[in-house]
Ligand binder design. Sequence first.
Ligand code: ZN
Length: 285
Amino acid sequence: MSARVPVGIVNAMTVDVEDYFQVSAFESHIDRGDWDKLPRRVEANIDRILALFDNHAVRATFFTLGWVAERHPEMVRRIVDAGHELGSHGYSHGRAHDQQPGEFQDDISRAKALLEDLSGCEVRGYRAPSFSVGPRNPWAFECIAKAGYRYTSSVYPIRHDHYGAPDSPRFSHEIRPGLMEVPVSTVRLMNTNLPAGGGGYFRLLPYAVSRWSVSRINRVDRRPAMFYFHPWEIDPAQPRVSGLSAKTRFRHYLNLDRTEARLTRLLRDFRWDRIDRVFLDGGRS
Ligand SMILES: [Zn+2]
């Protein structure tokens, strides 16, 4: 591959900072009460990601789980000291649509206060676990605004068995005065939105598909792309969870040993920055 410096639109790179045992697909296999008994790998993985971003002079947005931040305050400070944006992934990783509005409100307000306390920075962005905010629960956007967030990045406008809102807008838009939604990127083909912003698809499909998708969003839609991944996706040595269905096992463990190399190519082939700089501060929205 060439070592050319990428040109063109600046895209948004994001990381959901949570550990391998906190993913929603493991909910019925790992009790929340047992989280503290499990070996944590998130901090070591985040350090690898910080080094990777630094090598490519990329700054990103880290949507960090309150539960993790509380146990790894130094990691939170390293993220901010390296010039990245700190965002919130809520406190306890419950899906918004599984909660009552009051419970959800408490969770996202607690996470914001905690992250701001640890970092000394305002936390403006929120991402719901498993993209669990959307047209099904418009009340959640009220809660997010009330908690003081300026934007959310909580909708993946695709059809998926666990999440997705295929009829939601594909690009950043104002949900209500003072609150913006920055959805995960999709490519529109044959009247269907196809995933183009990360998740299991990035590990499942060849890298060329991701490269083509981001380039199409930049060239054809003339918009920045929004990409996300998790620290556990670059960690092939993570402990294996037993008793999973074949589908869950496939989705979680597929190509973990290839993700870092693919990310390296993605960072090299396109320009990337934090969400606030791409979409909020002078970026088009
Ligand atoms: Zn998550």
